[in-house]
Ligand binder design. Structure first.
Ligand code: XMP
Length: 513
């Protein structure tokens, strides 16, 4: 049976992924498509509903994104949000104008007509606005269903044609009853029944993988991160020992991490697969000797990973499939234009060139990160792996400012271990976006007992973030910082000072290099 699908038609808004995630939170499968997708492609997908996203344009610009009018004749329910609402109004003969004042931020909206989208929603409710233009007059056949002090048409509806629109953003959490509105759209307007559930995803994916792979051999690069772990376990459940996982320990992992990965996936672990751990620590330390420039370090670590993997792949010989842990945000983002390279990210993108294989398998291609985690739990993967905070591919190599040495790796591993332990004890580990210790290349004078010391400073970082593109420095309780500082200077040799990084992103980045 075909899975029910809602399409998010992307008009360039910053919340396009978020809308899709919210729809999936309603247990309805949702895909993001660019506004350039053809009408035929849309028809082929047989969506239960379509959501037009916001966007930075004005419908009056000649070049601004639109969609052909025929989309409104398909009989498929449509919800337009912000710019998407204006596209509907403009295309169907309503009036869109520059608002006398822009509305930005929390805004009170008054629901002033009975409407299925607002069923169960309070008459006055808070929503999130972000617009310059607004709909002044709704097209013929539409009723105005909500207003604000600025917007005469904060929402409109034409139930006869299944067309709905809101000037505000129901998908962001600042709109208090936004989830109710989206759920009304997918269930009450589109008639979805909610068949997107993680247990059935896991089950059907395993069955499909088994069918696709047959007797074939599969190779997977395992990093210990949540994506590659979930991908590996899916494959292991599907084809067992036809799968080989290669885990490269580059010596730049957190304390005990290599052993933890081995404990889960190695011969004493609970999965059926072939596990190879490559202890390449010394190779990396040799390559990184004397290198201080961040981008050069990143490139060396990435290139060495490919080389180590290539050597292992040669030993294994030809395989049929190579597994990649690509997830949905990567798929959506790779469809967009190129932005400036701030940091060259380490990923497994170079692997296809060095492995002798026939096809790539990407079992997580359609999942958001939170869904990958749900799938991980469904598969019985230990929570410490499923909820592991993000860890950059180049590892501690970019958390040691300047030259990387074995001794410095040890220092940062110990300091980071203490920091993580205390954060967990304080019950903050689940609420912070990311936190870690880094080793600065600054040495300074201190006093320990009656002696002068001249040692390194460790920097502590903790951020709150929802998307890792922007972040705020977390306001950690002073007692926690104090405790961590005392423990680090007392327990870690070579450190006599601890500093806390108060910088947001921008202007900083989350990592130091
Ligand atoms: P920045 O430092 O750019 O980091 O603010 C944003 C997020 O990305 C992670 N990060 C990486 N992840 N390979 C990765 O897989 C990398 O090379 C890499 N560099 C940074 C970082 O930990 C943060 O979560």
């Amino acid at each position: 049976m075909k899975k029910e699908t809602v399409i998010v038609l992307d008009f360039g808004g910053q919340y396009n992924q978020l809308i899709a995630r919210r729809v999936r939170e309603c247990n309805v499968y949702c895909e993001v498509k660019p506004y350039t997708v053809s009408l035929d492609e849309i028809k082929d997908l047989e969506p239960k509903g379509i959501i037009f996203t916001g966007g930075p344009n004005s419908v009056y610009d000649e070049t601004s994104p639109r969609y052909e009018k025929e989309i409104f004749e398909l009989g498929i329910p449509i919800l337009g949000i912000c710019y998407g609402a204006q596209v509907i109004a403009h295309t169907l003969g309503g009036v869109v104008k520059t608002a006398p004042v822009s509305e930005y931020g929390y805004t009170e909206v008054e629901i002033n007509a009975a409407d299925v989208i607002f069923e169960g929603v309070s008459e006055k409710t808070v929503c999130w606005m972000s617009h310059t233009d607004y709909i002044e007059t709704a097209p013929e056949g539409f009723k105005v269903t909500a207003r604000t002090s600025v917007c005469p048409v904060a929402a409109m509806a034409c139930p006869e044609r299944n067309l709905y629109a809101t000037q505000f953003h129901p998908e962001v959490m600042h709109t208090a009853e936004g989830m109710k509105m989206l759920s009304n759209f997918v269930y009450k307007v589109c008639g979805c029944c909610g068949d997107w559930k993680m247990d059935s995803f896991v089950e059907t994916t395993i069955q499909n993988l088994r069918k696709r792979i047959g007797e074939g051999k599969v190779l997977c690069a395992l990093s210990g991160g949540v994506d590659s772990s979930v991908a590996a376990v899916l494959l292991s459940k599907a084809v067992g020992r036809q799968l080989t996982c290669v885990f490269v320990d580059h010596g730049l992992l957190r304390k005990n991490e290599g052993d933890e990965v081995e404990a889960v996936f190695g011969s004493n672990g609970s999965y059926e697969l072939n596990f190879i751990r490559v202890n390449a620590q010394q190779r990396y330390y040799d390559k990184l000797k004397g290198v201080t420039e961040p981008e050069e370090k990143r490139k060396i670590i990435g290139a060495e990973f490919i080389r180590v993997f290539e050597e292992e792949a040669k030993k294994i010989g030809a395989v049929d499939y190579l597994v990649q842990g690509t997830i949905y945000p990567d798929v959506i983002e790779s469809g967009l234009g190129k932005s400036a390279v701030i940091k060259s990210h380490h990923n497994v993108g170079g692997l296809p060139d060095v492995v002798d294989f026939k096809e790539i398998i990407e079992p997580l291609r359609m999942l958001f990160k939170d869904e990958v985690r749900k799938a991980g739990l469904e598969l019985g993967i230990p929570e410490h792996l499923v909820f592991r905070q993000p860890f950059p591919g180049p590892g501690l190599g970019i958390r040691i400012i300047g030259e990387v040495t074995e001794e410095k790796v040890k220092i940062v591993q110990e300091a980071d271990f203490i920091y993580r332990e205390e954060i967990a004890k304080a019950g903050l580990d689940k609420s912070l976006g990311q936190y870690f210790a880094a080793l600065t290349n600054m040495r300074s004078v201190g006093v320990m007992g009656d002696f002068r010391t001249y040692d390194y400073a460790v920097a502590l970082r903790a951020v709150n973030t929802s998307d890792f593109m922007t972040a705020d420095a977390a306001q950690l309780p002073w007692e926690v910082l104090n405790k961590v500082t005392n423990r680090i200077v007392n327990e870690v040799n070579g450190v006599n000072r601890v500093v806390y990084d108060c910088t947001g992103k921008p202007p900083g980045t989350i990592e130091f290099e």
